[in-house]
Design a protein. Sequence first.
Length: 207
Amino acid sequence: MNGQNSENTETIGWDAIDKILKENYGEQVPQHYAPKVYYSLGGNEPLDGISVYVDKENKCYHYITYGFSEIYEKETENKEISGFGFELTFRLKYTEFSEKYPTWPINLLQNIAKVTFSKGLTFKEYQTLSSGPIRLEPTTEIKGILFTLDPTLKKMETENGKVEFLQIFGVTTSEYQNIVEKKTDRREFISEELNKNPLLITDVERK
């Protein structure tokens, strides 16, 4: 797997992500999505890649982005942080395994990236985002996102700076409203969820 495009020769940040994923998934070869036209070459999808691993033991797909951090050579002046300082991950529950992963999370992650790249909006642990239905078809009651640290991918130091893995976790409309209106403490919510769902796997069938 190579994240290199025609304008870049160094894959320093990309290789660092690959290394930490290999530590977690061993020799599993992920399915990988790359845009037809890279953002740097005029494409409209900011992320140069999204890898999808399968966790059969926990019955989920694990999506990991390449592009919020500096995946090629260092370009920004801040030596402490690589790019925006994070990559996003998403764990999606499946009831029946299919070799072909669902593609709507790819669109979701790219849409979040568009907000970051166009408006400079970054995310941190415990922040929320209302996206409307997290999936359009079939309908789902999961209509909000809560950002948390990925339970297994730890913050890493790269030659380009620090990168943390923020996982997006899907919440229902009522859960989202309670969190935003401070009726529910977001830290306590994640803590309670971790007790019953240690990997914070999003279940789009959840009511």
